[in-house]
Design a protein around this ligand. Structure first.
Ligand code: FAD
Length: 482
């Protein structure tokens, strides 16, 4: 079973290897016997890509959690079963460095990196893939032979395209990743303390909470549009505001809370005024008065607190549905209306429903769309629709909530955030199989236009070169070229 209890499987075998060398023989035996194979690292997949009715063999990498300096590649090796909080703690305490990965502490590196890896340091340090130097993958060739390949970002590496495909191409597509190796571009020397970014020593974190009972639709529109306008205006990689990160977590009205969580690197000279100016920009024209609190705290404490204290990130008993959208510019009136209706639907009473509006821009915009498989480098922000519930009897109600509110929000473009001047597609780590269902996707964009844009043919070429038998596949996997 995955974290999302909608996803279950009844395989014949689950392998729980302890080290990378064990993987190729397991893959070989599954391929030779024709046993349908999937891979699990942290188990946080939004869809049934690992746990489904067809799978017969699961490779569960939960026990492969090693994090160490690898002198051969002069990089920090991270095994796929390592979860994000363990990675942050080990890197910070051992070498005083960080990787800019996700917020939720229990997400596994295995799927997270392959899908892009977004988190609190996105504007300051980019995505986790922006620091990926190499990947070790067990692939299966045209003759059905399993073998491990190390692919690096070196221009002269004959396997460079396999590395590239793991910079946002998505998990479960090309083989089994047995290790990721991290070293930032431009890092020099062989001291691991200099191979990755330094974290902020401290952050000034801010918590702003509006009570839904005080918010009019005009206030809602104002906060959300102020947030979008600020991020569009501050998306440059050289903007000093890249040291500030902030997200909106707007719960459904039945919850009562509409939250704005922010943090600024406290070591920059004008940290307090940057935060004050930002909060003033978001509150500009908003009538309702929020609760406001500010705390200076060490970076690691902030990461641990935000990653572990949100029950919705950690509850292993819930069913869930998610959707995503990237935005390049501020919201249209129709989109704003769709978001407001989603959070105020009176026939639904579920305090777990929430919409997260989160930052992009800054360091992410310094990378060209084709330099990594993740093409959404011009996005200023992204959205996540999130609903959880415990009872299978409510599946239709809550999956329906996500589908209908998303379709309404993007009704001007066929129900999807198609790549154009306003929207920019979807995030593959927030996988949503509705994007390939003509009932919900009535747009001109295919599912792969939404996730990969112009990078899709190149991903297909990598698929053909490294998984010509399509052994690694799922509901949104890269297709072999026709
Ligand atoms: C509560 C929650 C919070 C989240 N927060 C964030 C966040 O802050 N930022 C963000 O960017 N994303 C976030 N995500 C999304 C997350 O990054 C993706 O779901 C990611 O793919 C999960 O990786 P995993 O290893 O935990 O999941 P898994 O379910 O184990 O794997 C996900 C996919 O990758 C494949 N895969 C896993 N391991 C390997 C491997 N070793 N080799 C090849 N394929 C593999 C699987 O087969 C599957 O297709 C969150 C998800 C959840 C559920």
């Amino acid at each position: 079973m995955g974290l999302n209890t909608r996803w279950t499987a009844t395989p014949n075998a689950v392998y729980v290897p302890d080290n990378p060398a064990q993987i190729a023989p397991i893959v070989q035996s599954a391929v030779t016997s024709g046993s349908r194979l999937t891979v699990r690292s942290g188990g946080h997949c939004f869809e049934n890509f690992t746990y489904n009715a067809d799978v017969k063999t699961i490779i569960d990498l939960t026990n492969m959690k090693g994090i160490y300096y690898h002198s051969g590649l002069n990089a920090i090796a991270v095994e796929p079963g390592a979860i994000l909080l363990d990675v942050y703690k080990k890197l910070y305490r051992t070498w005083g460095v960080i990787l800019p990965g996700g917020v939720c502490y229990s997400v596994g590196i295995g799927g997270h990196v392959a899908g892009g890896g977004w988190g609190w340091l996105v504007r300051r340090n980019g995505l986790i893939i922006d620091h990926l130097y190499a990947v070790e993958v067990v692939v299966v060739d045209a003759y059905g032979k399993a073998k491990a390949i190390v692919a690096t970002r070196e221009k002269t590496d004959p396997n460079r395209e396999l590395w590239w495909a793991h910079t946002g191409g998505g998990g479960g597509n090309f083989g089994v990743v047995t290790r990721y190796f991290f070293r930032s571009p431009g890092a020099t020397g062989t001291d691991p303390r200099n191979l990755l970014p330094k974290p902020p020593q401290k952050v000034l974190s801010s918590f702003v909470a509006w009570n839904w009972a005080d918010l009019t639709q005009a206030d809602f529109n104002r906060i959300v549009q102020n947030y979008a306008n600020w991020h569009v205006a501050n998306s440059s990689p050289t903007s000093p505001t890249r040291n500030l990160v902030s997200l909106i977590q707007a719960f459904h009205k039945s919850n009562g809370q509409f939250l704005l969580l922010s943090a600024v690197d406290a070591s920059v000279s004008n940290a307090q005024s940057m935060l004050d100016d930002y909060l003033a920009a978001i509150r500009n024209g908003v009538v309702a008065t929020p609760f406001v609190a500010e705390v200076p705290q060490p970076w690691l404490q902030f990461a641990e607190q935000t990653g572990t204290t949100n029950a919705l990130l950690n509850d292993v008993t819930l069913r869930a549905k998610y959707k995503s959208a990237y935005m390049k510019s501020a919201f249209t009136p129709t989109q704003l209306n769709g978001l407001y209706n989603a959070l105020t639907r009176a026939d639904i009473n579920n305090p777990k429903i929430n919409l997260v509006i989160s930052p992009y821009g800054g360091a992410t915009a310094a990378v060209a769309p084709s330099d990594t498989a993740m093409p959404h480098r011009q996005a200023a922000l992204k959205l996540l629709w999130s609903v959880q519930w415990p009872d299978p009897a409510d599946d239709a109600l809550y999956i329906g909530w996500a589908r209908q509110s998303y379709q309404e929000t993007f009704s001007e473009t066929g129900g999807m955030p198609v790549p154009n001047d306003v929207t920019d597609g979807c995030y593959i780590n927030y996988a949503d199989v509705d994007t390939r269902d003509p009932v919900w996707n009535q747009s001109t964009a295919t599912w792969h236009d939404l996730y990969y844009k112009d990078n899709y043919p190149r991903l297909q070429a990598v698929k053909k070169a490294y998984d010509p038998r399509n052994i690694f596949r799922h509901g949104l996997s890269i297709e072999l070229p026709s």
